[in-house]
Design a protein around this ligand. Structure first.
Ligand code: ADP
Ligand code: MG
Length: 242
């Protein structure tokens, strides 16, 4: 399970999260909603080990304290973050990136390349990303929707324990949303934990959350179930402020 206790996160000398706590049991899907600037992306970065975010408090993944691990250390322990705005990386092909990342996870270097390509093709197909994209540089020249699909393809390939999706549904058209959401739902295996950050209840038609939390000014102010997401969509956040 994931247990975050009293997480305080600072960047550029500014405290953005203060005493943030949440527990996610194996197999659970938690959703975080909240207005712009409430600290959702900061939370994702802190969990993924972004070097510009100073973290105190405790992040336990299973029995391991991963609080102080850098980004690659957290990734090796099974933390995966799909970025709100995936950036283009010139010179790094998607397939090569995935292969290197899997090698870093401990996959033997002599793993059959044809088998790897076949698996990657299947993972890309799950998000309807044509094979040609596997050989293109990461996010270079990709539309917003294609970048989000690429993030999910990487998630399927890396098989993380904890999946953090920062606004994976923003910028997706209705068909792409359905495709991506179904791929996420297909990745639920009763063990893998999901933290889904979103503004919309739409994605929850396909991925059933166990809990929906609202984040305001760096902390959770209210939690509920799937129905709560619908209520938030209708009523907004301001009424929860007092
Ligand atoms: N690098 C940074 N330097 C200064 N302020 C930042 C930085 N990153 C985020 N913030 C501030 O922290 C707050 C939370 O931002 P963010 O985590 O991106 O919110 P959300 O994802 O919920 O929209 C905002 O007020 C934002 O301006
Ligand atoms: Mg954000």
């Amino acid at each position: 399970m994931l247990k975050i206790e009293n997480l305080t996160v600072k960047t550029n000398g500014k405290e953005i999260l203060r005493n943030f706590s949440i527990s996610i049991a194996d197999g659970e899907v938690h959703v975080i909603m909240g207005p712009n600037g409430s600290g959702k992306t900061t939370l994702s970065y802190a969990l993924a080990g972004h070097p510009n975010y100073a973290v105190s408090g405790k992040i336990m993944l299973g029995k391991e304290n991963i609080t102080a691990l850098p980004a690659d250390g957290k990734a090796k322990k099974g933390v995966f973050l799909a970025f709100q705005n995936p950036v283009p990386v010139e010179g790094v092909g998607l397939l090569n990136f995935v292969r290197k990342a899997r090698a870093a996870q401990g996959e033997p270097a002599d793993k059959d390349i044809m088998k790897f390509m076949e698996e990657s093709g299947k993972q890309a197909a799950k998000v309807k990303l044509p094979d040609a994209f596997l050989n293109r540089d990461l996010n270079v020249g990709l539309s917003g929707g294609e970048r989000k699909k690429s993030e999910i393809m990487q998630m399927l390939a890396l098989k993380p324990k904890l999946v953090i999706l920062d606004e994976i549904d923003s910028g997706l058209d209705v068909d792409a949303l359905k495709t991506v959401a179904k791929a996420i739902d297909g990745a639920l295996d009763g063990k893998r934990m999901f933290l889904i950050i979103t503004h919309y209840a739409n994605i929850l038609k396909y991925v059933k959350p166990d809990y929906v939390h609202v984040m305001l000014d760096g902390r959770i102010v209210k939690s509920g179930d799937a129905k709560f997401a619908k209520e938030i969509e209708k009523k907004g956040y301001e009424w929860m402020r007092e």
